[in-house]
Design a protein. Structure first.
Length: 88
């Protein structure tokens, strides 16, 4: 992934039991750019956002914010550097 990326989704898969919500997602999200996720209900938009802010962990792959892996250990400090709004 590029060094200009603020958020990096690297080979991320998320499963809930036997149901695969996201499969092998690679997505660099550039710093200081507006990025929009568009798709029908149930396509994984909210799941991807929850992974980015560390509310859930990927089944496989890595999510990074400003080069640091989003993990249960790092998520508290990382959230202080990112902005997000919870739906509902």
């Amino acid at each position: 992934m590029g060094s200009g990326s603020s958020i990096e989704i690297d080979h991320v898969t998320k499963a809930f039991g036997d149901s695969i919500a996201l499969r092998e997602i690679d997505l660099p999200i550039a710093r200081a750019r507006t990025t929009v996720l568009i798709g029908p209900s149930g396509c994984g938009k909210s799941t991807l956002l929850r992974l980015i802010v560390g509310l859930i962990q990927p089944t496989r792959g890595v999510v990074r914010f400003e080069g640091e892996e989003v993990s249960p250990v790092s998520v508290g400090a990382l959230r202080q550097r990112m902005g997000y709004v919870i739906q509902e």
